[in-house]
Design a binder for this molecule. Structure first.
Ligand SMILES: Cc1cc2nc3c(=O)[nH]c(=O)nc-3n(C[C@H](O)[C@H](O)[C@H](O)COP(=O)(O)OP(=O)(O)OC[C@H]3O[C@@H](n4cnc5c(N)ncnc54)[C@H](O)[C@@H]3O)c2cc1C
Length: 397
């Protein structure tokens, strides 16, 4: 494991820090700034802030310069994630486009798609959604039923997607549909990845309310929706292979940004524990809660060293392949652990904030609620464990 940063890395860190100092107002770093904003208002503020950041060259850190990226190294991306988390910077509004679509278009897209998709995505001119999951197809994605039938130069699309992040703010969606019947009953066959405009009469997005009260995701209904037959990514009938390549692009990124964010959360949970009483003394003196907090801290530090290990490997050009599932399991479960500690520290105030006796715990509680989703999206923890067992450890199926 290499723990040193190069001079070029440190220069990048300084440059990013001074950009954040000049462009991220202190009020935007505070939860209170966002608390009284509606979903739509905060989305628009984040959209604009992020677009200005991209204009100044702090986006697409590892993307090639020819696509408007920075042409940086995996270490620079890790520094970027760490500094953004330290500064409490707003999270991206285009996560699916940035993590998945951009790299897939660079690899498989036509020249037209590269030109039309990558730069507008990087500058938040187009917000992309991912339309994979359906009511009957989640972990078993190949069970998807949405149909796209040729009609003139278009496809006519009918079906439903669910859990679509940014459904209410999306401009376009990369989605999987059946363009032909599966040959020989093979359910992975006959699927294509379509690039569909969400601003058309055949598409209706409906919000789904999460337990935090926000509606970051929704359902998307397609009723005779249209998409040009040329708006296919990776070729007709190749949707499964395209989707697998697309999902693999999250691999290889270290979890240093997540570590930084959850470590800050742990510090705050510990501060709250010092103010909450358990049996007439501060909760930090309760032996069971102390163990809970210590266990969370140990997992956090393991996550940190795992992240450095991953970063060293990718910096040396190693493709982590399925080993990357270990990183997803580690960061999502560590997040859950810190969140569980918060839940135990605040007790009933988790669900009834008024019982928090003046403590400001809303932000921590919202994070703790959000942590529950992180072991589901992007492949549930059970499915990731099967991947590690079969593909990394070579255990029998
Ligand atoms: C916050 C959030 C955002 C999301 N955003 C998007 C999005 O933008 N686009 C999109 O397409 N989808 C999105 N999803 C959906 C997500 O990809 C699915 O929820 C996920 O794939 C699991 O599918 P499912 O919910 O249908 O659960 P199921 O697949 O029905 O699983 C239910 C339970 O059974 C377990 N299970 C299933 N199969 C197996 C197996 N073979 N072995 C062991 N255990 C198994 C699972 O681990 C889980 O615990 C999002 C989900 C969340 C929570």
């Amino acid at each position: 494991m290499d723990l040193r940063f190069s001079e070029q890395d440190e220069d990048f860190r300084k440059e990013l820090r001074s950009w954040l100092d000049a462009n991220l107002p202190s009020e935007m770093r505070e939860a209170a700034f966002w608390a009284d904003k509606s979903d739509d208002e905060s989305f628009e503020i984040r959209r604009e802030w992020e677009a200005n950041k991209a204009k100044d060259g702090f986006a697409g850190i590892v993307w090639p310069e020819e696509y408007g990226g920075r042409g940086g190294t995996p270490t620079m991306k890790a520094i970027y994630d760490e500094e953004m988390a330290k500064a409490n910077a707003p999270s991206t509004v285009n996560p699916l486009g940035l993590a998945f679509l951009g790299p897939t278009v660079m690899a498989l897209g036509t020249d037209y798609q590269k030109r039309e998709i990558i730069k507008p995505l990087l500058h938040n001119e187009v917000i992309w959604c991912q339309g994979f999951s359906e009511p009957g197809a989640g972990s078993d994605l190949a069970a998807l039923q949405m149909k796209a039938e040729p009609q003139g130069e278009d496809y006519l699309i009918n079906g439903q997607k669910i859990w679509t992040t940014n459904a209410m703010h999306g401009d376009k969606i990369f989605t999987l549909a059946r363009t032909s019947s599966p040959e020989g009953g093979k359910k992975h066959a006959g699927i294509s990845m379509l690039l569909v405009d969400m601003h058309q009469p055949g598409i209706e997005a409906r919000p789904l309310k999460q337990m935090t009260g926000a509606s970051e995701f929704g359902e998307v209904f397609y009723t005779d929706a249209l998409c040009k037959q040329t708006d296919i990514l990776g070729g007709e009938g190749n949707g499964w292979a395209t989707a697998m390549l697309l999902l693999s692009f999250e691999r290889g990124s270290s979890a240093i940004g997540q570590y930084t964010e959850f470590r800050k959360m742990w510090e705050e949970v510990t501060n709250v524990a010092a103010q909450v009483e358990r049996d007439g003394r501060p909760a930090t003196e309760d032996p069971v809660l102390r163990q809970e907090l210590a266990a969370a801290l140990i997992e956090l530090e393991c996550l940190k060293y795992h992240s450095w290990h991953v970063l060293t490997q990718t910096s040396n050009g190693k493709d982590l392949g399925f080993e990357a599932s270990m990183t997803k399991i580690m960061w999502s479960e560590t997040f859950r652990r810190v969140s569980d500690a918060h839940e135990k520290v605040v007790g009933t105030a988790f669900q009834v904030p008024e019982l928090g006796q003046g403590l400001s715990i809303e932000e921590l509680t919202t994070m703790a609620m959000w942590s529950r989703s992180c072991t589901i999206w992007g492949g549930s923890q059970q499915v990731q464990r099967t991947v590690v067992a079969e593909r990394v450890l070579g255990l029998p199926r």
